[in-house]
Design a protein around this ligand. Structure first.
Ligand code: ADP
Length: 492
C-alpha cells in the first residue's frame, strides 16, 4: 500500500509524517533545529542544517514505519514561511545564514519604504514589515561581498524554505515555489499571481534569482534517487499556515483556524476574491487545489509559543513547555500581571517593529506562577485582537475557532482562549494539521484522494472548549491587557 509523505520544516523542528488512505498518521519524526540570535532582534538559522534535519526527519519517519522510499506515492512540502535562503546556483552553497521570518534586521529599511506603503499593500496584500522576505533578500545582496553582481548574473538563487528543500530533494533540478509562499515575499502580485516588476524594482531584487511560481497541488518534479532513495513525485507545496488551513479542512470561504506554534497565525478562508483589510490584517493566498486562485485573510503574531521557550531557556522559570499548564492552573488568576511578548516587536494588528516585551503589574505577591500564567494568557489575548480585527473586516461573527500547533495541546490555554474570546475553541483529533494539509495537497494532485470532500471527511474533533467566563470578568481582564499593550507600544 503506498503512502503520502509530508515534510514539515518548522521554525523549531523539521518534521516528517507518513499517511495512509484514511489520512491516518502512520509515523512522525521530528529533528530539532537551532536558531541563532547574533544581535538584538536578529534571528538566523543554518540553511544547510535545515535541509539535513529535514532529510533526516524523512528517513526517520520512513524507518519508524518500515516503509521504503519507493513505497511513497507522493510528497507534500510545507515550511516556515518568509525565511530567506540565497545560495550559489552552481555549488548549492548558501551565501549567508538563512534569515528567519522573525528577524528584525531590516526594520529601518522598512521605515524608508513606508513612503510606498499604499502601493505595496495594494499589490502584495501585505503591510510593509521586516517579517517578509523582500527586504531580507535585499539585505543579503547588499551585505554579502559580491552577492548583488552574482545575483544579477543569474548565479545566485533565492528561495524560501519550500524552494530550498525542493531544490535539494531534486538535486538542483527544480527551482519553484507556490503562491502561498510567494505571497509572503512582498514581491508577488496577489491578484496577478506572479512576481511584480515594480515591487522587484523597489526592493532591488533581480528576477533571475526568483523561483518559478507553480500550483500548490500539482506534480512539480521528482526526488532524485541518489538523494531520497527513489524517484517520488513532489506534488504539494504550501507555507505552514496555509497548509494548516487545509489540514483543518478549511477549504471554503468563512472557515478559519488559529495555530499556536512559535508564533500565532489566524487565517480566515476568503474564497476566490482578493480580500482588502481595513484593520491591518494581511491578504494572502490560500492553497488552491484547482487552477482558480484562492485567498485568505491572515493575522500574524510573531511570538506565542516562543515566549514559553523564553521562560524555559532565558528566564529559567520552567524546565519544559508542557509544565506551564499545571503551573498556570495552580493559581486562580495572575493578580493583574500581564506579559506582552513583543520580543521582536508586535505583529498584527499593531505592526510596531520597535516595541519590546514587558511584564507589567508585578507586586511582591507575584512570582513564577503569575509570570508563567500571564505568558500563556498573552497568546489568547493576542488571538482575540486578531479575531476582532477579522470580524470587523468581514462583518461576520466567527462561530468557532479551530486550533492547532504545539501550544494548542495546553488545555489551560485553550479554555482561557474560549473564555476570553467568548467563542468555542475546537481542537482536532490530529493536531499535526500543517503536515496533514501538505499531505492533502499532494494526495489530491496525484489521485491518491479523489476530491476535497473526501479529505474534508477525514477531519475529526478531539475536544471542544466552551466559553464559561462571566462577561464582567472577561471585560476587566481585556481592559488590563489593552493597557499593558499600550505601555509596550512605541507607536500609537
Ligand atoms: P513551530 O511549527 O513554529 O516550530 P510547533 O507548532 O511545533 O511550532 O510548537 C512549538 C511551540 O509551542 C514552542 O514554541 C513551544 O514553546 C510551544 N509549546 C509546546 N508545547 C506546549 C505546551 N504544552 N504549552 C505551551 N506551549 C507549548
Amino acid at each position: 500500500m503506498p503512502f503520502i509523505l509530508s515534510l514539515d520544516e518548522g521554525t523549531t523542528s523539521a518534521r516528517a509524517a507518513l499517511y495512509d488512505y484514511e489520512a491516518k498518521r502512520i509515523s512522525l519524526a521530528a529533528v530539532p533545529t537551532v536558531s541563532h540570535f547574533p544581535h538584538p532582534g536578529w534571528v538566523e538559522q543554518d540553511a544547510a542544517l535545515i535541509w539535513q534535519s529535514q532529510l533526516q526527519a524523512a528517513r526517520n519517519t520512513l524507518g519508524l514505519a518500515d516503509v521504503a522510499p519507493a513505497e511513497v506515492h507522493a510528497i507534500g512540502v510545507t515550511n516556515q514561511r518568509e525565511t530567506t535562503v540565497v545560495w550559489d546556483r552552481a555549488t548549492g552553497t548558501p551565501v549567508a545564514p538563512a534569515i528567519v521570518w522573525q528577524c528584525r534586521r531590516t526594520a529601518a529599511r522598512c521605515r524608508e519604504l513606508s513612503a510606498h506603503a499604499a502601493k505595496i499593500t495594494r499589490k502584495s496584500g501585505l503591510v510593509v514589515d521586516a517579517y517578509f522576505s523582500g527586504t531580507k533578500i535585499e539585505w543579503i545582496l547588499d551585505n554579502v561581498d559580491g552577492a548583488r553582481a552574482k545575483a544579477e548574473n543569474g548565479d545566485l538563487l533565492f528561495g524560501n524554505v519550500d524552494t530550498w528543500l525542493i531544490w535539494n530533494l531534486t538535486a538542483g533540478r527544480v527551482h519553484v515555489t507556490d503562491p502561498t509562499n510567494a505571497s509572503r515575499t512582498m514581491l508577488f502580485n496577489l491578484a496577478a499571481g506572479d512576481w511584480d516588476e515594480e515591487l522587484l524594482g523597489l526592493l532591488r531584487v533581480p528576477r533571475a534569482m526568483l523561483p518559478k511560481v507553480v500550483s500548490s497541488s500539482a506534480v512539480i518534479g521528482h526526488t532524485d534517487a541518489a538523494v531520497f532513495g527513489a524517484e517520488v513525485p513532489i506534488a504539494g507545496i504550501a507555507g505552514d499556515q496555509q497548509a494548516a488551513l487545509a489540514g483543518q479542512a478549511c477549504f471554503s470561504k468563512g472557515l478559519s483556524k488559529n495555530t499556536y506554534g512559535t508564533g500565532c497565525f489566524a487565517l480566515l478562508h476568503a474564497g476566490d476574491t482578493e480580500p482588502i483589510s481595513e484593520n491591518r490584517l494581511l491578504a494572502t493566498r490560500a492553497a488552491s487545489t484547482t487552477a482558480q486562485a484562492q485567498f485568505a485573510v491572515e493575522g500574524s503574531i510573531f511570538i506565542a509559543g516562543a515566549a514559553v521557550q523564553w521562560l524555559r531557556d532565558k528566564a529559567g522559570l520552567i524546565a519544559s513547555a508542557p509544565e506551564t499548564e499545571a503551573i498556570a492552573a495552580s493559581i486562580p488568576n495572575t493578580g493583574g500581571v500581564y506579559m506582552v511578548p513583543a520580543f521582536v516587536g508586535l505583529g498584527a494588528p499593531h505592526w510596531d517593529a520597535e516595541a519590546r516585551a514587558e511584564i507589567t503589574g508585578l507586586t511582591l505577591g507575584a512570582g513564577r506562577a503569575e509570570i508563567v500564567r500571564a505568558t500563556l494568557e498573552s497568546m489568547a489575548y493576542q488571538t482575540r485582537e486578531l479575531i476582532q480585527a477579522m470580524e470587523a473586516d468581514s462583518g461576520t461573527r466567527l462561530a468557532e475557532l479551530r486550533v492547532d500547533g504545539g501550544a494548542a495541546a495546553n488545555n489551560f490555554l485553550m479554555q482561557f482562549q474560549a473564555d476570553i474570546l467568548d467563542r468555542p475553541v475546537v481542537r482536532p483529533a490530529d493536531p499535526e494539521t500543517t503536515a496533514l494539509g501538505a499531505a492533502f495537497l499532494a494526495g489530491l494532485a496525484t489521485g491518491y484522494w479523489k476530491s476535497v470532500s473526501e479529505v474534508e471527511a477525514f477531519w475529526k474533533v478531539e475536544r471542544r472548549f466552551e466559553p464559561g467566563m462571566a462577561a464582567s470578568a472577561r471585560d476587566s481582564l481585556w481592559s488590563g491587557w489593552q493597557r499593558a499593550v499600550a505601555k509596550a507600544r512605541t507607536t500609537c
